[in-house]
Design a protein around this ligand. Structure first.
Ligand SMILES: [Zn+2]
Length: 106
């Protein structure tokens, strides 16, 4: 029994996709029983979180730090497009950098 709270390997990307599907099509109950974590384990979905204050597994915190830094860098590579400005992209990048700081300081 592993008492730690982990992050999902793809962090909230998969959860966000599921939420979007649930909102759009009314699909519920398709959350997986187990997920792969940032540290390579298979754990119950309930043993994962995307929130820095909840995650107690150190390798997962490091994984999440790197994931958010990569996500911030992705945002900065994007060009402003229809419906969003460079300031919107900056705000999203800044959100990822803040999450990376929170995961990194645990
Ligand atoms: Zn972990």
């Amino acid at each position: 029994m592993n008492p730690h709270i982990h992050v999902e390997r793809n962090l909230n990307r998969e959860a966000a996709t599921r939420r979007m599907l649930a909102d759009t099509f009314g699909l519920v109950g398709d959350a997986p029983v187990t997920v792969t974590t940032g540290c390579g384990l298979e754990v119950a979905y309930a043993m994962t979180s995307a929130r820095p204050e909840k995650v107690t597994c150190l390798p997962c915190r490091e994984h999440a730090t790197q994931w958010h830094l990569a996500a911030a860098a992705d945002m900065e590579r994007l060009a402003p497009g229809v419906g969003f400005t460079s300031r919107d992209l900056w705000k999203v990048a800044e959100h990822h950098r803040e999450q990376a700081r929170l995961f990194g300081s645990g």
